[in-house]
Design a protein around this ligand. Structure first.
Ligand code: SF4
Length: 381
């Protein structure tokens, strides 16, 4: 029976307390048992964008440092910290800004940028949508793989935890493919192709509301761990106050017999779910901020979705939001302006370059806020 541990620490734990929390959470699910003398351990944090932890966006460097220490204590000969950030955030920069590079190197690990690493094509067993995925070679070939997500809401998937965090082991062009073919199915396929030995959730500062990048930090002071990522996500959903059957990729995993959504067959150890749970504010799933704005979106990455939200936030701060009427934004690699629209749409992003003559085109992957605001002002004048 898969075990999932929940460990609650003191308020605002320091590095020593975090090491104790991580150690206990991991020990409760069997420890770093698979680590043999001299083997390679790869850790996969969440550094979707270059922000320092504390706001619930990126994995706390102290959690990474604790896991490096546990891996070395267990006999690892090499520890890697592997990540490929999201669009609009070069991975090398995200490693710096998040503080993960410093934590990794001080702890005795090497950082690996997925976007600069060799790739390996891995077959997906019993695929839902992708028969093969391209994955960072150094992550895939590590003897022990450890997934280290942050607990966050997600404006497309409702929640991002263990399964969704694995998207960081694929390079950026493949991330775009995931959005094009259907993110939930692609996430399940990726997890089947690249199983991890252990998942350790950083919920010291989690995120609610407009996740995965623009939500509000929630101090939870919790670390969770599990050897089965599907079970961990089922328990994690309940800790966040969601029903697992609301999460599309978990439903698909259950349909494939990978997990039970009602939690049967999962042993929760440490803190009970009810004692740890909190009702996380849900993310708004609709991108349009008000009437008079239509967003035609199909397969858009989180980066462009986040840009749209932050552009409207900027416009609101500038006192211009109320002046926008009849704006249509087309975004995402599969989106198309409908025929007979009767107005010039804003066509957004590099993946829609083939439509650049169909409206006011804004280049970028994602486009920057200033260029978007310039185009919106032009279309609204
Ligand atoms: S431009 Fe297209 S590929 Fe680039 S982030 Fe936006 S939706 Fe994704």
């Amino acid at each position: 029976m898969p075990k999932v541990s929940i460990v609650k620490g003191p308020r605002q734990p320091d590095a020593v307390a975090i090491l104790g929390m991580v150690r206990r959470a991991v020990d409760l699910v069997g420890g770093m048992a698979d680590i043999e003398e001299g083997c390679t351990v790869a850790l996969k944090p969440n550094i979707v964008t270059g922000r320092l932890s504390g706001r619930g966006v990126t994995t706390d460097p102290r959690v990474i440092k604790a896991l490096i220490r546990l891996a070395l204590e267990a006999g690892a000969g090499e520890v890697l910290v592997v990540e490929g950030s999201g669009y609009g955030a070069p991975t090398a920069e995200a490693f710096e800004l998040s503080g993960i590079r410093e934590a990794a190197e001080r702890g005795g690990a090497e950082v690996v940028d997925v976007d600069a690493d060799d790739l390996v094509a891995v077959d997906v067993p019993d695929p839902l949508i992708l028969s093969r995925v391209s994955v960072s070679r150094r992550f895939y070939e590590a003897d022990v793989r450890v997934n280290v997500p942050v607990m966050k809401t997600h404006d497309q998937m409702l929640m991002t935890l263990g399964m969704k965090n694995m998207k960081g082991v694929i390079p950026k062009p493949q991330k775009r493919l995931f959005h094009r073919v259907g993110l939930a199915k692609a996430i399940v396929d990726l997890n089947k192709a690249v199983p991890v030995d252990l998942t350790v959730v950083d919920a010291i500062h989690a995120m609610e509301g407009l996740g995965p990048s623009f939500g509000d930090a929630v101090e939870m002071d919790i670390v969770m761990a599990g050897t089965d990522v599907y079970s961990l996500d089922v328990v994690g959903a309940r800790v966040m106050g969601f029903s697992p059957d609301e999460i599309e990729y978990l439903k698909l995993a259950a349909e494939q017999g990978l997990v039970s959504l009602d939690g049967s067959g999962i042993e929760v150890v440490g803190e009970p779910i009810d004692a740890a749970a909190r009702s996380f504010k849900r993310p708004p799933m609709d991108l349009a901020p008000q009437e008079g704005v239509i967003i035609i979106e199909k397969g858009a990455c989180s980066a462009c979705r986040g840009t749209i939200r932050s552009v409207f936030y900027d416009l609101e701060q500038m006192g211009l939001l109320g002046e926008i009427r009849g704006l249509v934004i087309v975004v995402g690699p599969q989106a198309e302006p409908p025929e007979g629209l009767g107005r010039r749409p804003l066509i957004m992003g590099t993946c829609l370059r083939h439509l650049e003559k169909a409206g006011r085109y804004v280049l970028g992957c994602p486009p920057n806020n200033d260029k978007m605001i310039e185009a919106i002002k032009e279309l609204s004048s």
